[in-house]
Design a protein around this ligand. Structure first.
Ligand SMILES: Cc1ncc(C[n+]2csc(CCOP(=O)(O)OP(=O)(O)O)c2C)c(N)n1
Ligand code: SF4
Ligand SMILES: [Mg+2]
Length: 345
């Protein structure tokens, strides 16, 4: 007699991982961006978040095409190049119940979109913001982007002689409240970091080195698979425990930092560096500069502040999403205008 197939695993809201999938990727085989899409959909599945409550945002680039390849059931908006932050800000102001994720590229965020990027970081909008960082404009055939390291070369032999913009350092300096760096090839670190970023109530910037196999994976590149594997300097071993799971693992406070997130989830950071304190902006900035001088790729949670008020909380809007309020609650009656006018007489 045939053995019945085991039922597929469901999450806490009864969905299978297939229900978090998107369209078939059109990116190159081996592109780091594809691995990141997989980690993102797994993170939402693991957290048991309803896909229809998620809004995906992006700009233009191979990276910005990625939201089409995960969570087809979610809302999605593909904005103009570099202009995703203002679209996401508007959407969240209209509907604060949405859980937002932005996927951008190093060109989209650090070149054409830098003006919008910096304001998003200082506003602390509650959203996950992933930069799929390959050091080039992949979609337009591999020109250097603003995150390319000085001295790195293109396949043609052209040398980049300009300094790199470090989006993590910029975000930390500007007041972002969750900043991490990871690598598309590090499944364990990226998964834990994404899940923590998704539950964080504020802007969570993740700069994920994501090699472009077609234009920037050669010797001379500092964003290739082999370079990142050789120069990766992880700050911590990350363990994420969601609020709905029991945290029973013993830990030694001397070697581990336990961060309680807004929703009660725990991010456990097992220190690989004795002195690193991820709640101190100045330390984070100093370590990033030091790593850049040593030509190492510092990965892990660089900075976290789960208590700072996010943009929507600071605005003090009503609890219900503005988009669902009836007209009489968003529009004052004519008598209110009459009273204001009367007060000037
Ligand atoms: C206003 C505007 N300027 C220029 C372009 C051309 N363009 C398309 S994608 C891109 C850069 C994409 O680079 P990145 O954001 O790093 O994404 P990647 O393809 O590397 O993932 C550029 C310059 C455009 N589409 N729109
Ligand atoms: S060109 Fe580069 S960034 Fe674009 S899909 Fe191919 S490997 Fe990825
Ligand atoms: Mg790029």
């Amino acid at each position: 007699m045939a053995v019945p197939a085991a039922a597929p695993k469901t999450n806490r809201i009864g969905l299978t991982v297939v229900e978090y999938k998107g369209g078939k990727t059109t990116l190159c085989a081996g592109c780091g961006h594809n691995a990141i899409s997989e980690r993102i959909l797994e993170a939402y599945f693991d957290l048991g978040i309803q896909p229809e409550k998620v809004a995906k945002f992006s700009g233009i680039g191979c990276s910005s095409k990625s939201p089409a390849y995960f969570m087809s059931r979610s809302h999605s908006f593909n904005a103009v190049h570099g202009r995703m932050p203002s679209v996401a800000t508007g959407a969240l102001l209209a509907n604060k119940a949405l859980r937002a994720i932005g996927v951008s590229g190093d060109g989209d965020s650090a070149s054409i979109g830098i003006g919008q990027f910096v304001h998003l970081m200082r506003r602390n909008l509650p959203m996950t913001y992933v930069i799929e960082n390959n050091g080039v404009y992949g979609l337009t055939k591999g020109q250097f982007s603003a995150t390319a390291d000085p001295g790195s070369t293109l396949k043609t032999g052209a040398v980049n002689d300009l300094p790199a913009i470090d989006t993590c350092a910029l975000a930390i300096q500007l007041g972002a409240t969750f900043v991490g760096r990871s690598f598309s090839g590090d499944k364990k670190q990226l998964s834990a970091m994404l899940r923590a970023a998704i539950v964080h109530r504020g802007i969570a910037l993740l700069d994920v080195i994501s090699p472009c196999v077609t234009f920037n994976d050669h010797e001379g590149s500092t964003k290739s698979y082999s370079y990142v594997k050789e120069h990766d300097e992880p700050l911590q071993d990350l363990l994420f425990v969601p609020a709905f799971e029991d945290i029973s693992v013993e830990y030694d406070p001397g070697s581990t930092i336990d961060v309680t997130m807004h929703d009660g989830s725990r991010l456990r950071l097992k220190k690989l560096e004795e002195t690193y304190d991820p709640t101190d902006r100045a330390t984070a900035l100093a370590r990033l500069m030091e790593a850049s001088e040593k030509e190492s790729v510092l990965t892990g949670v660089l900075f976290v502040d789960p208590k700072a008020a996010d943009f929507l909380t600071r605005l003090g809007t009503v609890d219900e999403p503005l988009s669902t309020l009836p007209g009489e609650r968003v529009r004052p009656p004519p008598s209110a205008l009459d009273a204001i006018n009367a007060s000037f007489r």
